[in-house]
Write a protein that binds this ligand. Structure first.
Ligand SMILES: [Zn+2]
Length: 252
């Protein structure tokens, strides 16, 4: 998935195009056609609003060095699909989304951060606090895992969360947590989760020995959905030379 809170293209003239559009069929293509001869789209997002209308916001590069936000806005105002339009110009090849004030996923507010930056934060915690830092990360992961699972259970019901757990894991993948795949052995109560390209060890220094936050996360999740005290071990980790992180969840 690509998100566009910021874009840099040295020497280019960049615009953020924000259109509140009607729900009539073909609205989006009418807007893209209307602007297509004047800009090259870098990326865009569209979403429906509760009143049935929709928003289209796009980062675009001008095809002409003399283009202005006013002229692009004038093109939009002439289109019947447009209800309200705003065009904001970048500065020195830099374009920042100054329209949105957060990220909405379903009914929840999210934040974005650089995954390597987060791995670095975890490195610092363990550098400063040693094994106490590892426990701290594990407890934080567990708290988040519990909270997330309770949120999903409230939304989908515990039976769906349990039966669709491996499918739900793909939502973490889409959010950049790593490629999550789980397998359950029908004859045992053990679940194995493989996380390829795990965020917790992405770009991390080798000060840590494992993904304690993620281990706690699975434990908190399993505690809510299985109703029993699970034991989670990270049996393989990239920080210990493996290709992927593998977590083993067993419940008594
Ligand atoms: Zn790991």
């Amino acid at each position: 998935m690509r998100n566009f809170p910021i874009h840099y293209a040295k020497g280019r003239k960049l615009f953020h195009i924000i259109v509140h559009m009607s729900d009539a069929p073909g609205s989006m293509s009418a807007i893209l056609d209307g602007l297509g001869k004047r800009v090259n789209f870098i990326g865009m997002t569209s979403y429906s609003l509760s009143d049935g209308t929709a928003m289209l916001t796009a980062f675009a590069e001008s095809l002409s060095p003399t283009e202005t936000p006013e002229r692009l806005k004038a093109v939009l105002v002439r289109l019947s699909a447009n209800l309200e339009a705003d065009v904001r110009e970048g500065v020195d090849g830099l374009l920042v989304d100054t329209f949105h004030t957060g990220i909405r996923v379903g009914d929840d507010d999210y934040i974005l951060m650089r995954r390597e930056g987060l791995a670095r934060v975890y490195d610092y915690i363990v550098k400063i606090f040693g094994t106490g830092g590892e426990v701290l990360l594990y407890e934080q992961g567990k708290a988040l895992g519990k909270d997330n699972a309770q949120r999903r259970v409230k939304e989908l019901g515990v039976e769906n969360v349990v039966s669709d757990s491996s499918y739900l894991g793909r939502a973490l993948t889409a959010q950049g947590w790593g490629v999550v795949e789980s397998t359950t052995k029908p004859e045992s109560k053990e679940v194995r989760i493989t996380v390829a390209d795990c965020f917790e060890c992405s770009g991390a220094e080798r000060v840590r020995k494992g993904c304690d936050f993620y281990r706690g996360f699975w434990e908190g999740s399993a505690e809510v959905t299985r109703g029993k005290q699970p034991v989670v071990k990270e049996i393989e980790c990239r920080l210990r030379g493996s290709k992927a992180c593998v977590f083993q969840i067993s419940t008594a």
